[in-house]
Design a protein around this ligand. Sequence first.
Ligand SMILES: [Zn+2]
Length: 121
Amino acid sequence: MICPNCEYEYVDGVKVCADCGAELILKEEFEGKLLHPSDWVVIGTFAEIYEAEMLKANLSGAGIDSLFFTKKDRNFPLSGSWETIKILVKKTDADDALEIINDIKNRKPEENTGESTNENE
Ligand SMILES: [Zn+2]
């Protein structure tokens, strides 16, 4: 048995958490509610944080939870600001998410005529 709040484990027979008073649940049940890293898949890699932010917004608009993480590559010899951003979604959402990504990629930008949004280069 385990407390879903404190994650304290108790021996069989204990019904409520001695610490917070919450009802204990089976440990297997508790772990079933957790998302393991293996439940997430990378569906895209981006070089610009705004691209990842936009995709995340689009996904959440479609009801898909996503998360992204950035990883600075210290071995990259250039300016030191090189980052890759990976977007992850749950495996069960991967198909829908990929559809959204393809939809975005296939959409032609109509208002942005200029190529450069970054003038610091
Ligand atoms: Zn507790």
